[in-house]
Ligand binder design. Sequence first.
Ligand code: ITT
Length: 177
Amino acid sequence: MIRFVTSNRGKFVEAQRLIEDLVQADLGYTEIQADTLEEVVLFGLKELSSRLNSPFIIEDAGLFIEALNGFPGVYSAYVQRTIGNSGILKLMDGVENRAASFRSVVGYAAPGMEPVLFKGELRGRIGFEARGAGGFGYDPIFEVDGRTLAEMDLAEKNMISHRGRSMKALKSWLESR
Ligand code: ITT
């Protein structure tokens, strides 16, 4: 059994489909303000390691929009809570370069070992309107090959997504030990 410390049910469901012995633990931890997802994850792992004495993972993800120099990036959760998808679409009004990527960094920690990080990225485009009812967060405005992630089912999203990739890398590592 590995705990996935997260408040985000959507993330958990996607990860659990790939790594079956994950259990969600909504314990909360400090998400520092830093320039990279990796720094946020390493700090969280360290803090939680002093509270938990069994294996666990945390994951930090973000949407990086090329024309906005990587914004919202490490601020993705705050931006989703405040201006949301319609706010992002407004910021992108009249912007021709729609290229964007999702990134995921997952960190694994267990007693008596150094934490390990796994990464995944998905390149796509910011759409012109929100579409689809699946997924969560920015999924309705993030398109891959003309369809948004919210128009895909979980299996399809997992096959290509940033989180699908980072979690599969973690899974192979767990299996190879
Ligand atoms: P925890 O930190 O508790 O795990 P969170 O929702 O705060 O949950 P993040 O900081 O990693 O998670 O996520 C940053 C934001 O990006 C947040 O608003 C998510 O909804 C959004 N997000 C993350 N992964 C996403 C995905 O696969 N599709 C769409 N939006 C995503």
